[in-house]
Design a binder for this molecule. Sequence first.
Ligand code: HSE
Length: 428
Amino acid sequence: MTAPLRLGIAGLGTVGTGVIKIVRRHRDMLEARAGREIVISAVSARSKGKDRGVPISGYDWVDDPVALARRDDVDVFVELMGGTDGPAKAASEAAIAAGKDVVTANKAMLAVHGHELALAAEKQNRVIRFEAAVAGGIPVVKALTEGLTGNDMTRVMGVMNGTCNYILTRMESSGLSYAEVFEEANKLGYLEADPTLDVGGIDAGHKLALLAAIAFGTRVSFDAMELEGIEQVTIEDIRQAADMGYRIKLLGVAQKTGRGLEQRMSPCLVPSGSPLGQLENATNMAVLEGDAVGQIVLRGAGAGEGPTASAVMADIVDIARGIRVPTFGRPADQLDEPVAAHSATPAPYYLRMALEDKPGALAKVATILGASGISINRMRQYSHQETTAPVLIVTHKTQREAMEHALDAFERTDVVAGRPVALRIENL
Ligand code: HSE
């Protein structure tokens, strides 16, 4: 009979509580599947007395997560505290140094320190698993590290922040402004304590950086990610995009290009009828493309107690079964240093600008685009509002550098008010 696998859980928020519930509810089923019992030895959190709706008195309480990570009766340190540095990193490092495996839901810590943590773990013959860190309940890490390991991956895409997808789809269905829907999301408790993590694209960017490392065999490099949030997306853009057959999504795209690894998280237009275009509310989607398999689409809940705890449990059961996959799918010392290629892949763009209502104004816009080497595909002008008229342009495929050149020129001209909105159109 194999000895039980003993857990030390640090962080008893939504996810930690969810994990305890599954361990209790499915004890026999988990034992049958793992081939050994899974038990909780000790827990740690900020407040001991809080009612979590699940009994924890049967587990040892430890105030200091680092001490929990080092305990002799802990085989797997389950880090569910969050945060890039601080106690999460200190305790994970302590766990590895003490010869424990680590299961974490912490995308921020891994996106920034993942490489050094993976090196440390592998030196000690330990594993770090992080299914719950990316897209909640969707088994996308497992899909990439195991199910698709026979593929040369060509592109990884995802809508991986439920809060942003909720805000964008709710703006479209209600006609409310970004600020109004942001407030709604806040009341529903969707936003992170620091909402910039959500709406600034940082949380989703962390997730994409982790997937890119596995898919392309490169060191995780969040710093090289091009990041743009959804704060500037207006209800007008959403309406116009819909009118042209597109929806706006906070979309992450990572792909290998002739110039290096392109990683970007930004609002993009996607065809309304595509799987990404049809994604509603807080749901997440990962789209994975490999040379042999073609395209795989995974869809599901990206956050919440049950879905995230489900992902944590999958990692725990893998460890209990003796499945030991390197953190990023290959030994960390064999991951390549990525060369960052910023928006290397050309794409059509959606442009919205406020054009001064005077003779020759449109001609100047066309001249700027022409001089930047950008060709117009479609164009609309609406009747004017006071002194300016809204103009929408869809371009043919162009490089980002050319678009930046045009945007700078629009800012300098006397016929366009402010810098136009420019959103990439991602054809899927
Ligand atoms: N705040 C995230 C989201 C979940 O809205 O999807 C945690 O990463």
